[in-house]
Design a protein around this ligand. Structure first.
Ligand code: GLN
Length: 598
C-alpha cells in the first residue's frame, strides 16, 4: 500500500508518467500504458490517466468510426478517444471529458480567454499561452478523483499518453509543454517513457527506436524507460544495443512482445521489474511486491477454455474492427466469465439485404452473410448512424425473433427491433425511424424533442443516465413514498406478471445507470400498441416517457433484449456487463448444427 494517500498528506506531490510513441501508430501504446497502470495499482498506488490527442477536433464525437475507431462515451457524456476505454477497463476508473485533451479543447479555452480580455492586452502566443494552458490542464485533471471505489480520493500517479508519434507537427506544442512541465513538477515527479517498434527483418532492428529517441531528445525530452514492441521476445543483444544508443540502462529497456492475450501484459511488465524501476525513478517509496491476483489468474485461465461460443456482430463499420471495440470487449468479458472462448463472426449489415446497392446484389456475399447469421448461437446488433445496412439489421432482428436465436440490440439495434415489430407484428408496413425516413406514416422511432438539430458536436443525449425497471405498484413495500408515486410511470398493466430477465441479470436492482449516445428514441405514442402486441418496455427513464429496455417474455423467446443505452462502455474484464452476460449464457445453450443459407 502507498504509505499515505493525498487526502491524508496534502503536501504529497502528484507523480506523472508520460508516454510518447515513435515510429508508427497502432503499436498498442494504450494497452502498454494501461498495463503499466494495472501493475502500479497492484503495488497499492492509485492511478489516473489522461490522453492527449493532438488533432483539432474538440472531441472524438464528430469523427467517423471508419477513420478513427469507436467513440468511447464517458460517464459525464464526454465523447472520447477509444484509449480512454482501455484505461477504464484496465484500471477500473471512471474518467471525464477533460481526461481527453485535444488541440481543439486547449485552443478553444485560450481563445475564449482572449475574447474575455483575460490576457490584459498581451500578444497571445503558442508559447507561453498555449503551453501554459496545457500544463495547467494536465495538473488540474490529474487531481480529479476517478476511483469509484474511493470517491473523493485523488490518485497518486497520473499516466499521460501523448497520441500520434514524435515528430508530428501537431504534437510538437504538447511536447514543448511537457518539456517545461518536467521542470515545473520536479525531477522526482516526472518520468518519461517511450514506446517503440522493434521490427524483425532477419534480425531485430533497433534503428527506428534509436531515431525515435533521438527526435525526442532533440526536443529536450529524455526517456527513462523504453518499451519495445516486437513479435518475438526481445533478445538480450537487442536490449543492449538500444541501451547503448539511447542512453538508458539495459534494465530500463523493456520487451513487450506479442502475447496470447492483452491481459497478460501487466504480468509481462512485472517480470521485467517495471514497478521497481518506476518506484526508484519517481521516489515512490517501497511497497510490497505487486499482487495482480484475480487479474493474472483470469489472463492465464483464458488460454485453457475448452468450449467456444459463436456470436455474430451485425455492423456497418466492420472493415475497421476498432469501430466496435467496446462491444467486442464486452462480449469477451462475458465469455471469459463463463469460461468460454469467443468466436466472433463479422457480418456487414448491408450484405443481408437482397437489393443492397453497395454490393450490386452479390448473391454470394448475401448467402455468406446469412450463413453467418444462421450459424451464430447469439447475435448482437450494436449502435450506429444512418441508413446503410439498417434494413439488414431489421431482417436480423426478425430472424432472431422468429428462430429463438438469442439477440441483443444496442441503441440503433434496439431501434431496429422496434421497427421490425411495428412492421411485422403491428402491420405498420412503413414503420421507421425518422432518422432514416422523415415522412414515414408510422414514426415508431423519432427525433428527441430536446436535442439541437443544427449542431452535431456534443448535442446528443449523452453519458450516464438512470433506467428504472418496471415494478407493479402494489408490490412496492419498502421504498419511499416518492418511488411509490411514480411507479405507475414504469408499469404496464398489460404485462402485470412479466419478470425482466435483464433486471435479474443486474442483480434485481430497481434502477440502474448506463451510458447513452443517441438523438432518436422510441415514440411513446406507439408504446401502448407495441406492448399490446407483445413487446415489453420494462425499463424506462425517470419520466416513464423514454423507453430504455425492451424484452420479449421468457415463454416467448429465450433472450430477445434491446437497450437504448450502451452497456458495453461499463463492461470490465472482471465485471462483465449484464446484458452481454445474458446473451452469452443463452447463446451457449443454443446448440446449433451447421446450417447453410436457403
Ligand atoms: N442513430 C441513432 C440515434 O441517434 C442510434 C445512435 C446509436 O446507436 N448510438 O438515436
Amino acid at each position: 500500500m502507498s504509505t499515505a494517500t493525498p487526502d491524508s498528506d496534502t503536501k504529497k506531490k502528484m507523480k506523472y508518467i508520460v508516454v510518447t510513441g515513435g515510429v508508427v501508430s497502432g503499436l498498442g501504446k494504450g494497452i502498454t500504458i494501461s498495463s503499466m497502470g494495472r501493475l502500479l495499482q497492484a503495488c497499492g498506488y492509485s492511478v489516473t490517466a489522461l490522453k492527449i490527442d493532438p488533432y483539432l477536433n474538440v472531441d472524438a464525437g464528430t469523427m467517423s468510426p471508419f477513420e478513427h475507431g469507436e467513440v468511447f462515451v464517458l460517464e459525464d457524456g464526454g465523447e472520447s478517444d477509444l484509449d480512454l476505454g482501455n484505461y477504464e477497463r484496465f484500471l477500473g476508473i471512471s474518467l471525464t471529458a477533460d481526461h481527453n485533451l485535444t488541440t481543439g479543447k486547449v485552443y478553444s479555452r485560450v481563445i475564449a480567454a482572449e475574447r474575455r480580455g483575460d490576457y490584459l492586452g498581451k500578444t497571445v502566443q503558442v508559447v507561453p499561452h498555449i503551453t501554459n494552458a496545457i500544463q495547467e490542464w494536465m495538473e488540474r485533471v490529474a487531481h480529479i478523483p476517478v476511483d469509484p471505489k474511493h470517491p473523493g480520493r485523488v490518485a497518486d500517479i497520473c499516466l499521460i499518453e501523448v497520441g500520434g508519434t514524435v515528430g508530428d507537427i501537431e504534437s510538437s506544442v504538447f511536447l514543448e509543454a511537457l518539456r517545461q512541465f518536467q521542470f515545473k513538477v520536479g525531477h522526482d515527479n516526472f518520468c518519461l517513457a517511450f514506446v517503440s517498434l522493434v521490427p524483425y527483418l532477419g534480425e531485430q532492428k533497433t534503428k527506428p527506436t534509436q531515431h525515435g529517441v533521438k527526435d525526442l531528445r532533440s526536443l529536450g525530452l529524455s526517456p527513462s524507460v523504453i518499451f519495445c514492441r516486437s513479435k518475438q521476445p526481445l533478445l538480450e543483444a537487442t536490449r543492449d544495443k538500444i541501451s547503448n544508443f539511447c542512453h538508458v540502462p539495459p534494465t530500463h529497456v523493456l520487451g513487450v512482445h506479442n502475447v496470447q492475450n492483452v491481459y497478460l501484459v501487466p504480468t509481462l511488465l512485472q517480470e521485467q521489474n517495471l514497478h521497481a524501476i518506476l518506484q526508484k525513478q519517481l521516489n515512490l517509496g517501497a511497497t510490497s511486491a505487486p499482487e495482480l491476483g484475480d487479474w493474472a489468474d483470469m489472463a492465464r485461465s483464458l488460454e485453457h477454455f475448452e468450449e467456444t461460443v459463436v456470436i455474430a456482430l451485425i455492423g456497418k463499420y466492420t472493415g475497421l474492427q476498432d469501430s466496435y471495440l467496446s462491444v467486442i470487449k464486452a462480449l469477451k468479458h462475458a465469455s471469459i466469465a463463463q469460461r468460454l472462448n469467443l468466436e466472433l463472426l463479422w457480418v456487414e449489415a448491408a450484405h443481408l439485404e437482397e437489393n443492397d446497392s453497395d454490393n450490386d446484389n452479390d448473391k454470394e456475399q448475401y448467402n455468406q452473410a446469412w450463413d453467418k447469421v444462421k450459424r451464430a448461437q447469439g447475435i448482437v446488433v450494436p449502435g450506429g448512424f444512418g441508413d446503410r445496412g439498417f434494413l439488414g439489421k431489421v431482417l436480423t432482428a426478425e430472424y432472431c425473433r422468429t428462430h429463438a436465436t438469442p439477440f441483443l440490440g444496442i441503441c440503433l439495434g434496439f431501434q431496429a427491433m422496434v421497427v421490425e415489430y411495428g412492421r411485422n407484428i403491428c402491420h405498420w408496413e412503413d414503420a421507421h425511424s425518422t432518422e432514416l425516413d422523415e415522412n414515414t406514416k408510422h414514426p415508431v422511432v423519432m427525433f428527441m424533442p430536446e436535442v439541437d438539430p443544427t449542431t452535431m458536436g456534443g448535442t446528443m443525449r449523452l453519458g450516464g443516465r438512470d433506467t428504472i425497471f418496471m415494478t407493479r405498484p402494489d408490490t412496492i413495500t419498502d421504498t419511499t413514498q416518492e418511488e411509490k408515486k411514480t411507479a405507475h410511470l414504469h408499469y404496464s398493466p398489460k404485462h402485470a406478471d412479466f419478470s425482466s430477465q435483464l433486471q435479474g441479470l443486474y442483480g434485481s436492482l430497481p434502477k440502474i445507470s448506463e451510458r447513452h449516445r443517441h438523438r432518436y428514441e422510441v415514440n411513446p405514442q406507439y408504446v401502448p400498441d407495441l406492448e399490446d402486441a407483445g413487446l415489453v418496455f420494462c425499463g424506462r427513464d425517470e419520466t416513464g416517457e423514454r423507453m430504455e429496455i425492451v424484452e420479449l417474455p421468457l415463454d416467448v423467446h429465450p433472450y430477445y433484449v434491446g437497450t437504448q443505452f450502451h452497456p458495453e462502455f461499463k463492461s470490465r474484464p472482471l465485471h462483465p456487463s449484464p446484458p452481454f452476460v445474458g446473451l452469452i449464457q443463452k447463446a451457449h445453450v443454443n446448440k446449433k448444427t451447421e446450417t447453410t443459407a436457403e
